[in-house]
Design a protein around this ligand. Structure first.
Ligand SMILES: [Zn+2]
Ligand SMILES: [Zn+2]
Length: 208
């Protein structure tokens, strides 16, 4: 037996009329009836995981003392160990926000001290673990916007600069006019298929 799901608790203290009917999963109807007693919690699935490293035997090495039946509040090393499987370091897409502040600061500082720092700099960048939330975009919106653009940037009307390795289609990027993070819709009327230059300019340029 092992941990397979990460859930959040949505409701507690629900009575049997508020829970999903799961009678068909019970072999024995007396067991089913007794399962209806007491109160229930509603969970929402956040992530699934499948690894032997979350097997109960392993968790015992990290101080798990109770059996799997009862709810248990986790803390310390055990919590850290379990959490580490659900927040793996992710390599961020190049399009993620650059560390603008650090770069601006370096640009403002005097050059000779920057060059001195560079001489002593660590040549292998640190890998920084990041947990991030990403909107799940509708692939039909992306595909349809690319179809609509037909290889031509919908901003500058230039041709896509190269072909995509994966499927040999003209390389354009689908951009949300009103960002999803500002409540924009993931719909055809809120997207533009753009050449990489225009896309970068819209995100990072100072505007005209
Ligand atoms: Zn363009
Ligand atoms: Zn964009």
């Amino acid at each position: 037996m092992r941990i397979g799901y990460k859930c959040i608790v949505q409701n507690v203290g629900l009575t049997k009329s508020k829970i999903r009917k799961d009678k068909k999963y019970w072999v024995n109807s007396a067991d089913y009836q007794s399962s209806l007693e007491g109160s229930f919690v509603r969970l929402a699935l956040v992530a699934t995981i499948n690894t032997e490293k979350l097997h109960l035997y392993t968790l015992r090495k990290f101080d798990l003392k109770t059996g799997p039946q009862k709810a248990k509040k986790l803390n310390g090393k055990l919590l850290e160990y379990i959490e580490s499987f659900f927040s793996k370091p992710k390599l961020i897409d190049v399009f993620a926000k650059e560390s603008d502040d650090a770069i601006s600061k370096s640009i403002k500082l005097n050059r000779s001290s920057r060059l001195k720092r560079l001489e002593k700099a660590n040549l292998k960048p640190k890998l920084v673990p990041v947990t991030s939330y990403v909107y799940e975009r509708n692939p039909d919106v992306v595909a349809e916007a690319l179809y609509r653009a037909d290889g031509i940037c919908e901003r500058c009307s230039g041709a896509a600069p190269f072909y995509r390795k994966s499927n040999n289609s003209p390389y354009l990027e689908v951009h949300h006019i009103v960002p999803l993070s500002n409540g924009g819709e993931d719909s055809l009327s809120n997207v533009l298929a753009l050449c990489p230059n225009c896309h970068r300019e819209l995100h990072f340029g100072k505007g005209i």
